[in-house]
Design a protein around this ligand. Structure first.
Ligand code: GLU
Length: 368
């Protein structure tokens, strides 16, 4: 697969691609990378970069180590490092005459529909001006519970929100291996993945701690968001001198292919949620109804996990704890606790006020 075939491309760069083991910025690497981006821009491609490195650059600037650092301190360090990071990009990208902008996103910016639409508009405006936006998580204000924490899923969510055609995840791994090559000589690099089944998930678990940065599980989660958004994704080793060229030529990477049927933008956004607030467990009849495109009614709900409000993202699971859908709930968890198992016509009597009949309306529900 060639990257050139795509129009709107998101590229995620990890800290280890930008900096060496001593924490020094890799100037030659970024310079080469900028040149390959320039070539894509000349071909009228639209490029968004999601870059890690704020904390690592902050540590370098202060001469301190990241290991063991508390969250509040790393947030302060990120606010210092983010300027260093952007200075680094600015200096090198200027050489290739590429104009850049900075976008810092919080989890809420992507998980709240209105804010995500706004982020899309901003990014689309920048792309129309020929700018390369450089995105990172707003580490300085995010707290542990409301944080991406990894730029793999953030990059996938950005790709989904802006309807990108391809997400390139650069890291220090060639791709997804079937097993840990250090332990198993027969391990293979998976070339392409159509469906993220239990096999694929088990490869990710087996190789999770293979490399310094690890994180194969978050990469698989990113792939899931992309597959359901109709976006191609590739995991590739960014440490080559020209990683984009390597993807095109050596094919030492793992491609994740999108699902054939592309969902509409709103449903893509629902399915791509990275912070569901809770879950409802439903009976077999309700699973069948959902599979036939119906809404989820209170009668089919057996159990609720978590606390959530009306309008929140929730997961829908069967009684074997297998996720079968996701959606936006029409009721809070407290309300569902009262109406679960009841017929829709009884809701008004139970709650004492009239409301919708469905726990999740079919327009707000997406099968997984
Ligand atoms: N946002 C973090 C930073 O810039 C990086 C998160 C990640 O490594 O994925 O340091």
């Amino acid at each position: 697969m060639q990257i050139d075939k795509f129009k709107k491309i998101v590229i995620k760069i990890g800290s280890s691609n930008l900096m060496n083991e001593k924490g020094k910025p890799k100037i030659i690497w970024l310079d080469e990378f900028a040149k390959s981006i320039k070539k894509l821009l000349i071909k009228k491609k639209q490029i968004v970069i999601v870059s890690s490195g704020a904390i690592a650059m902050g540590c370098k600037f202060l001469g301190i180590k990241k290991k063991g650092m508390k969250v509040d301190k790393s947030q302060a360090v990120a606010s210092i490092g983010q300027i260093e990071l952007m200075n680094f990009y600015k200096k090198i990208f200027d050489n290739s005459k590429i104009k850049i902008s900075q976008i810092l996103l919080t989890l809420d910016d992507t998980e709240q529909r209105r804010r995500s639409i706004n982020a899309r508009r901003t990014i689309d405006n920048l792309l129309a001006m020929g700018i390369v936006p450089i995105v990172n998580e707003n580490d300085t204000t995010a707290t542990t519970e409301i944080k991406y924490g990894d730029n793999d899923r953030l990059a996938a969510r950005v790709a989904q929100i802006i309807s990108a055609d391809c997400l390139v995840l650069l890291s220090d791994v060639d791709g997804l291996y079937t097993d840990n090559p250090k332990k198993n000589k027969k391990t293979k690099l998976v070339k392409s993945v159509k469906e993220i089944d239990e096999n694929i998930k088990s490869y990710a678990t087996k190789t999770e701690n293979l490399y310094g940065s690890g994180g194969m599980i978050t990469k698989i989660e990113a792939a899931k968001i992309c597959q359901l958004s109709g976006c191609y994704m590739v995991i590739a080793n960014g440490n080559y001198k020209n990683p984009l060229k390597e993807i095109n030529h050596s094919k030492k990477c793992t491609w994740f292919l999108p699902r054939i049927s592309k969902l509409d933008a709103r449903k893509q956004w629902i399915i791509g949620s990275v912070s569901p607030k809770g879950e409802v467990i439903i009976d077999q009849g309700a699973v069948k109804a959902i599979n036939n495109g119906k809404s989820l009614l209170p009668a089919g709900v057996k159990k609720i996990n978590g606390k959530f409000e009306k309008g929140d993202h929730i997961l829908v699971k069967d009684q074997n704890n297998i996720e079968c859908a996701r959606g936006l709930t029409s009721f809070s968890s407290i309300e569902i606790e009262k109406i679960k198992g009841s017929h829709s016509s009884e809701i008004k009597n139970i709650l004492g006020y009239s409301s919708r009949e469905e726990i999740i309306h079919k327009d707000d529900l997406v099968r997984v």
